[in-house]
Ligand binder design. Sequence first.
Ligand code: CDV
Length: 321
Amino acid sequence: MSRFVNVALGQLGPIQRTDSRQQVVSRLCALMREAHALGAHLIVFPELALTTFFPRWYIEDEEDINSFFEREMPSAATQPLFDLARELGMGFYLGYAELAQEQGKAVRYNTSIIVNRQGEIIGKYRKVHLPGHAEHEPWRRFQHLEKRYFTPGNHFGVTPAFGGIFGMAICNDRRWAETYRAMGLQGVEMVLIGYNTPVHNAPAPQHDDLSLFQNQLSMQAGAYQNGTWVVGVAKAGLEEGVDSIGGSCIVAPSGEVVARCITKGDEVAIARCDLDFCAIYKRTTFNFDLHRRPEAYGLLVERKGETLAADGTAVGVLNAP
Ligand code: CDV
């Protein structure tokens, strides 16, 4: 049996601060039309795809900060995306900054949604792993203030979509094994990820030359170790003086890259992905029920020379002579 989903990478080049939502949405619509012409059922856009990557700036004025956030989805500015999805019969994944109201208080999240082929939102995810820092650090060439501007999400769920089981993650999430495993344990068959990754890593500049390699490494490992497709999409190129990696790609459950963007601008690349290709990995090498040893993965603590599992049961002797 085969369950094919034709998936398009909707990579974006830079978005400058002065670019309006309307200008960005028309670029996204152009990518969607191109992907549709190539036979796509689903297009994946990057993290914070509606604006420039504003956490690079220390901004004090609350209204200035809020100008990068969406109070509703769809909004007047983003409605054309939903209309086009319905017209073309094509779904999309979109990252954006969300200003939510919770118990009468405004809360900011780094969010993504899955929209189905009828143009309806069927899943929402709020970024769990927020990188960077919360206070202004003037020694950096540019800031990475996600910890200041966003509240972390608290859940990796999965959504039935496009005939399979879909998951979402955002940028830094892709570097964490737990991201994929949390969804792998729920049977995920395709994980959609958007990212903004500057080439320069201020706290560890010696890693700058490895940024593209480590991007792909994380997604290939996550795909293979959980028997799932992984689709990673960049906002790339020189944005407000900061150079970000491209390297958007689609990774099969085998860990192989089956499609890849080659520029750092707006670009579509497509792959025909068989969701049934996950099963052979989930049934054999990564059959979790058969081979995982959760009892060995708990937090280990030492008590009188014994090693204890998190529930207090003795599982061995630490530092045995
Ligand atoms: N937007 C991100 O989450 N970017 C991080 C950077 C700070 C390294 C990333 O993991 O790509």
